[in-house]
Design a protein around this ligand. Structure first.
Ligand SMILES: Cc1ncc(COP(=O)(O)O)c(C=O)c1O
Length: 397
């Protein structure tokens, strides 16, 4: 949980700025706020780090995905190709947009593969919600030609991948819109928060309006502002934005520490027969938040997971069973269990979610173990951890 390891003096100062003025709202109150505009400053930091022409902060990664989707024009009945391996927020955002998720297969990049996307295309495909899972990029060299050839709307859920780049370009900037999460578990946290990015100014304005009931934010009388569109309240508070701003100012440092610690652990286990690693589409673009490795079989992966638990070595995710990030755990998705009626139920879905055929995902996630990297890992603990992990793997595989 790299971001939360660093909550300290900078975060306190930024939050105090807000509390001292008492203006917790991100817009207006120009005379009372002592020139503190934390949400705007957070956005400026995200633009600087990612190179995004436009960035807009919202209340969470989930609302960032919804905002990114709405601003890309995804809505009623649109088929959106998506991965079966993501946090559930991605899928919820598609359903809540009135769109219809179409699950496609993944590969050892841990993201949708071009082949998987190709197979899932139908004449009704509107776009792809591409999730860059576990801190690194999907294979944009093979996915972008498909997007272009099929005139697809690409939205990137980079909820877990702020700090990741593909050949020099930040994830989130390949499509119409992108989303990052700033929840408690990410490389940068705002407590709760999210940021959407766009290359196009019009898309950005839609983001700012949609996430604030359509407000244009023009003029000095909020009550009388124009509302060209309807939207909702996905606003971030100044308190959360203040923390996010402080965190963004050290993201480069945290990323470097992640990468160093990750490389250390990888070196300790990479010569073990049978251990292989995530296909990194651009190793130099990694954010370093996870070390993802594969066992030769699911059976061996399960054996390792139970040994790790028995030996008390923490920080590992076995998504296939232990976490809520894989479709096998999503009975509520498969049955479209919601408290209201949604568009997908009315229109029907092109796939029977209970009979999905995604052999790549079952194979890859069954064999995958992901270790969350600590950025602030004391050297002696890191050494001890690496040695223990090596011993467990050597004696199990
Ligand atoms: C890929 C992905 N998308 C979206 C989200 C949602 O972010 P939040 O928890 O900030 O709402 C997450 C959170 O873990 C995520 O991993």
């Amino acid at each position: 949980m790299p971001g939360s390891e660093f909550i300290g003096a900078e975060e306190r100062k930024e939050v105090l700025d807000v509390l001292e003025s008492g203006i917790l709202f991100r817009y207006g109150y120009d005379n009372q706020r002592n020139n503190h505009w934390k949400a705007f400053e957070l956005e400026a930091e995200v633009r600087k780090f990612t190179g995004a022409p436009f960035a807009h902060a919202v209340s969470s990664g989930s609302t960032a995905v919804s905002t990114a989707m709405a601003s890309a024009g995804i809505g009623y009945g649109d088929e959106v190709i998506v991965t079966p391996f993501t946090y559930i927020a991605t899928i919820e955002a598609i359903f809540l947009a009135g769109a219809i998720p179409v699950f496609a297969d993944i590969d050892e990049t841990l993201c949708l593969s071009a082949e998987g996307i190709q197979k899932a295309l139908t004449p009704n495909t509107k776009g792809i919600c591409l999730v860059h899972m576990c801190g690194a990029s999907a294979d944009m060299d093979s996915i972008m030609p498909l997007v272009e050839a099929n005139n697809l709307t690409l939205v990137e859920d980079a909820g877990q991948a702020l700090g990741a780049f593909f050949k020099g370009k930040s994830v989130g900037l390949f499509g119409v819109s992108g989303a990052y999460s700033f929840d408690f578990f990410k490389i940068t946290t705002a407590g709760e928060g999210g940021v959407c990015v766009a290359n196009d100014e019009k898309v950005y304005h839609t983001m700012t309006q949609f996430s604030d009931h359509g407000h244009t934010h023009i003029g000095d009388n909020r009550g009388m502002e124009q509302h060209p569109i309807m939207g909702t309240n996905f606003r971030i508070s100044e308190l959360n934005a203040a923390i996010g701003k402080a965190q963004m100012q050290r993201i480069g440092y945290v990323r470097d520490k992640n990468l160093k610690n990750k490389a250390h652990i990888r070196r300790a286990i990479e010569d073990i027969d049978g251990i292989t690693f995530r296909n990194m589409t651009d190793p130099s673009g990694d954010s370093g938040t996870f070390l993802n490795f594969f066992l030769p079989t699911q059976e061996l992966a399960e054996k390792v997971v139970s040994r790790l638990a028995k030996e008390g070595l923490g920080g590992f995710n076995y998504w296939y069973r232990n976490m809520y990030h894989f479709i096998n755990q999503w009975e509520h998705v498969k049955n479209m269990s919601v408290p209201m009626t949604i568009v997908a139920q009315k229109l029907g879905t092109p796939q029977d979610y209970n009979k999905l055929d995604l052999p790549g995902a079952q194979n890859v996630i069954g064999r995958l173990i992901s270790l969350g990297i600590r950025a602030n890992w004391p050297e002696n603990e890191l050494n001890e951890f690496s040695e223990k992990l090596r011993a467990i793997l050597k004696s199990t595989v």
